[in-house]
Design a protein around this ligand. Structure first.
Ligand code: 5AD
Ligand code: FES
Length: 357
């Protein structure tokens, strides 16, 4: 039987493994194997992106949500979530401040909040686009109609993050209420990519009932779907959810998966997430050393930061945007990486695609 070390080399050489090989790789996780994987992942990442880390300014503009995902602290049936919405002016002021700080991508993330109709969202996207024509706009607003996605794209949004959460039907059903379906989620992802967005999918690591088979399903799906971005982070319980007593996902498995994803597509935009920084004080640095190349510091106004709580003990809830920005820079310098003041597009895009905004 092929050794797990040889599997890492095969993955690095071919950017693919069979289901059986991927299963074996995941089941063979040891610190030594992880180190081999991270070395290969860093080589792949340096060949495409060098030692640049792209920063995205995250603006959490609403924590109202019509959904009831069992893992999430802002689910609609959590009466203790202190709800807020940011106005257009507040969002623009976050972007202005972010631009000063060197951000060239803004990520607008929110719960599925019916207040933000297509008209309102189009207005917000247009206003950001005209105030900051040199910046990319990423949306993360959950499931919407194909018309809605198209209108937002036409208004100037060019990237969309929608984690698929899990590619396993039974697992999807155990994490979500009956009103939600994996089928619809995947349909949204296909629509987004068809419209022309750079698309990000992703999943939590160590979510309740997740098995190795689920993770293999996720990785095989990503290989086939070929997203531009993949957001993964550990599951972390939130005290007011049905999963309050479930254990958090581990740093080790999350960064191992980051390394695998880097080798599945060396051009991927792969964030070291806030959740990773929450389960370990140097989680984001470890993530970058495992193959991640994106960091998304928070740009939300300090007054609302401690309200966008998807999970417990989230970091940076008391810090100003500038503090996070320079904290990230120090952290990246400390491991020999640089912050790039650029839009940070997917390396595979042609010049035309980049200019099509
Ligand atoms: N722990 C970690 N990640 C979470 N998310 C939601 N709730 C949690 C949690 N408890 C992730 C989901 C979602 C993204 C915005 O945050 O994957 O898609
Ligand atoms: Fe926010 Fe370090 S990134 S304080």
């Amino acid at each position: 039987m092929i050794s797990p070390f040889a599997l890492v080399d095969k993955l690095a050489a071919e950017n693919a493994l069979s289901r059986g090989e991927m299963t074996l790789l995941l089941e063979s996780l040891t610190p030594e194997l992880a180190e081999r994987l991270f070395e290969r992942a860093r080589e792949a990442r340096h060949a495409v992106y060098g030692k640049d880390v792209f920063m995205r300014g995250l603006i959490e503009f609403t924590n109202y949500c019509r959904n009831d995902c069992l893992y999430c602290g802002i689910r609609k049936s959590n009466p203790d979530a202190d709800r807020y919405r940011l106005s257009l002016e507040e969002i623009l002021s976050c972007c202005d401040q972010g631009h000063e700080l060197g951000f060239r991508t803004f990520v607008l993330q929110g719960g599925e909040d019916p207040h933000y109709t297509d008209e309102r969202m189009v207005g917000i996207v247009r206003a950001i686009r005209s105030a900051h024509p040199d910046c990319a706009i990423t949306l993360s607003l959950g499931e919407r109609s194909v018309e809605s996605y198209r209108r937002l794209y036409d208004a100037g949004a060019e990237r969309y993050l929608l984690r698929h959460e899990t590619r396993n039907e039974a697992h999807y059903a155990s994490l979500h209420p009956e009103s939600m379906s994996l089928r619809n989620r995947l349909e949204c992802l296909r629509n987004l990519r068809e419209i022309g967005y750079q698309v990000g999918c992703g999943f939590m690591v160590g979510s309740p009932d997740q098995t190795v088979e689920c993770l293999v399903d996720d990785l095989m799906f990503i290989k086939e779907f070929k997203p531009h971005m993949v957001g993964i982070g550990p599951f972390i319980p939130h005290k007011d959810t049905p999963f309050a007593d479930r254990p958090a996902g581990s740093l080790e498995l999350t960064v191992f998966l980051l390394g695998i994803l880097r080798l599945l597509d060396p051009r991927l935009l792969l964030p070291a997430t806030t959740a990773l920084g929450t389960i370990s004080p140097t989680g984001r640095e470890t993530g970058v050393l495992a193959g991640a190349n994106v960091i998304m510091p928070n740009l939300s106004p300090v007054g609302v930061r401690n309200k966008y709580l998807l999970y417990d003990n989230k970091i940076c809830t008391g810090d100003e945007a500038a503090e996070c920005r320079f904290c990230i820079q120090r952290r990246m310098f400390s491991i020999g990486y640089d912050i790039a003041v650029t839009r940070g597009d997917y390396a595979g895009l042609t010049g035309d695609e980049r200019q099509a905004v």
